[in-house]
Design a binder for this molecule. Structure first.
Ligand code: SF4
Ligand code: SF4
Length: 224
């Protein structure tokens, strides 16, 4: 029957609106208001003693002006939007760009005047990721054969312009290296947690070491 789905949807909304425990699902972020009761509890005291010792804070919390930081823990495999890239591991092969279903990774490499041999590394001039259009599927990360590209661990990338959402090579080079554990069992095996604040080096994030220049030459350039 036409329209039945609409009423079913409204019934779900109504159920969530009146069921205790489901009513207040909006979570204040990154800070939330704190009541004088919570402040007293955090100080292991009662409200009266707390208010007597901290009258200004008690009044501020009573009128909703006292805030505390409130961040929910994130899983180490959270696919953050800022990406983490290791130039030391990147060969400029552009597999990530080719596999991106939205075509939002732009890589420009520079072999000119250098006579780059097979197996050698291109100089990377442009490495743009337009996260304004990214759906964080992670296919680019899966496609990277050298563990050079990883999902990030952050999510606070709001900008006033769309162009500000393009992560460029300078930012990729300089931002803190806190890769997500997503699709990286080698990081999980090391119990690496990007939310601990610790950075992971290019050695930590690789499943194997990059072959030496000599090995590359033997394997790829001379085809022995
Ligand atoms: S996460 Fe998906 S959409 Fe985003 S850049 Fe990578 S492949 Fe493209
Ligand atoms: S990040 Fe990986 S897939 Fe992309 S160009 Fe570098 S090595 Fe190739």
């Amino acid at each position: 029957m036409y329209g039945l789905g609409l009423f079913k949807g409204l019934a779900v909304t109504l159920k969530n609106a009146v069921t205790p425990g489901r009513m207040f699902t909006t979570h204040q972020y990154p800070n939330r208001r704190i009541s004088v009761f919570e402040l007293a509890k955090a100080s292991s005291t009662n409200v009266i003693s707390y208010a007597a010792k901290n009258p200004a804070k008690a009044v501020r919390s009573a009128i909703g002006l006292e805030w505390v930081p409130d961040r929910w823990p994130q899983h180490p495999r959270f696919r953050g939007e800022e990406f983490t890239w290791y130039e030391q591991r990147c060969t400029g092969c552009a597999s990530c760009a080719k596999y991106c279903p939205l075509g939002i990774i732009r890589i420009v490499t520079d072999p000119s005047g250098r006579f780059v041999q097979e197996g050698e590394k291109y100089a990377i001039e442009v490495f743009d990721i337009d996260i304004g259009r990214c759906m964080f599927c992670g296919l680019c990360v899966e496609a990277c054969p050298y563990d050079a590209l990883h999902m990030g661990s952050g999510f606070e990338e709001g900008r006033y312009t769309r162009s500000g959402l393009v992560i460029d090579v300078n930012r990729l080079r300089t931002q803190p290296k806190r890769p997500s554990n997503w699709f990286r069992p080698q990081l999980e095996a090391k119990d690496y947690n990007p939310h601990s604040g610790k950075e992971a080096t290019y050695v930590d994030v690789g499943r194997h070491e990059k072959p030496s220049e000599q090995k590359q030459e033997v394997k790829w350039a001379k085809r022995l």
